[in-house]
Design a protein around this ligand. Structure first.
Ligand code: 8YV
Length: 327
């Protein structure tokens, strides 16, 4: 007797690696191609056993997941999964997976690129050249240098460690703040973020998004960072109090910021766009063809492993596998 293929809802762009990887073993319903998405979901929901989320912007909360009575697994693209209510899923026996590790080095490369661009004003200098200003005189000597800076890492997870390794190679002292000290990490640990902000002049933010880290970098932290302060955000827009950051930049409470992420992406506050002393990236931390392909593949591999009865490859901590049975 032929075994029915599991039915999977694909949310977000139907990328070739994901669609091509899923179709041999699953019936894939592509939400992005539906004219009426709500009616489409209502139609397929009773049969859906897995959801693939191809982009981190889609909100997958309890209300949404309750529409799928047979849902077993949500396989989400990206290491960050603040768009998925994993706690709710865990409480309802649904496994959530993300795509960790395969992007560590790429995001760490981008973090160093953004840091250097911000400290040494490389994008501004390039704009200067293109505007034909070089013949009138060289680009200004930058007030900031990486040579005398200490980087305070806000977060020391897998990507944080990859960034810190690079900073060490650059000869830049590293210290860190996270909820708990990390085993096997020898950099100085600060239990309080405000104390670290006071002691360093550069903050590199690389913590998970979500309620626990919302507005962690607030006006007080920025003030403690001080007038030579440079903030780099590689995490989520929500980790930084954006209006407080804009105010601090306008009033030069801090010197500059390099931002890969924003509260309301892809919308960027016009106040930031207008400022010449910030560097703004369109959330491209992991954005190379090779790394995005590896992330797409891990979205597929989690579902493939699950539906062949082998369990998920990279479940998030809120939905451990095998699940912890109540005592
Ligand atoms: C992606 C990311 O750029 O993995 C993440 O959490 O933020 C990045 O790798 C992002 O997922 C694109 O939406």
């Amino acid at each position: 007797m032929a075994v029915d293929k599991p039915e999977i809802l694909l949310i977000g762009q139907p990328k070739p690696v994901i669609v091509g990887g899923l179709e041999p073993f699953a019936a894939v319903h592509k939400l992005a191609e539906a004219k009426d998405q709500d009616a489409f979901i209502a139609d397929v929901a009773p049969r859906i056993r897995g959801i693939a989320v191809a982009y981190t912007a889609n909100k997958i909360d309890g209300a949404f997941l309750s529409r799928f009575p047979k849902i077993e697994i949500v396989s989400s693209f990206g290491v960050g999964y603040d768009h998925v209510d994993a706690k709710w899923a865990g409480g309802h026996g649904i496994v959530v997976t993300n795509t960790p590790d395969v992007l560590n080095e790429e995001v760490a490369d981008t973090a160093l690129g953004l840091l250097l661009c911000t400290v040494r004003e490389f994008p501004q200098a390039e704009r200067y050249l293109r505007a034909g200003k070089w013949p009138q005189g060289g680009y200004r000597l930058t007030p900031a240098t990486l040579r005398d800076r200490t980087v305070g890492m806000v977060g020391m997870g897998r990507i944080g460690k990859a960034i810190a390794r690079r900073l060490e190679a650059f000869g830049v002292p590293v210290v860190y703040h996270s909820r708990n000290p990390q085993a096997g990490v020898s950099y100085k640990y600060y239990p309080k973020l405000i104390d670290m902000a006071r002691d360093v002049d550069t903050l590199m933010v690389i913590v998970p998004g979500g309620a626990a880290t919302k507005n962690l970098i607030d006006a007080e932290v920025l003030k403690a960072l001080g007038p030579n302060g440079i903030l780099i955000n590689m995490a989520r827009g929500s980790v930084v109090d954006e209006p407080a950051l804009i105010k601090a930049l306008k009033e030069r409470t801090i010197m500059s910021a390099g931002l890969d992420v924003f509260v309301n992406e892809p919308q960027v506050p016009p106040e930031l766009i207008e400022m010449d002393h910030v560097v703004l990236f369109p959330h491209l931390g992991s954005g190379s063809v090779a790394t995005r392909r590896a992330m797409d593949q891990l979205v597929v591999d989690n579902l493939k492993s699950w539906f062949s009865g082998k369990g998920p490859l990279t479940p998030v901590p809120e939905t451990p596998y095998p699940s912890k049975k109540p005592a």
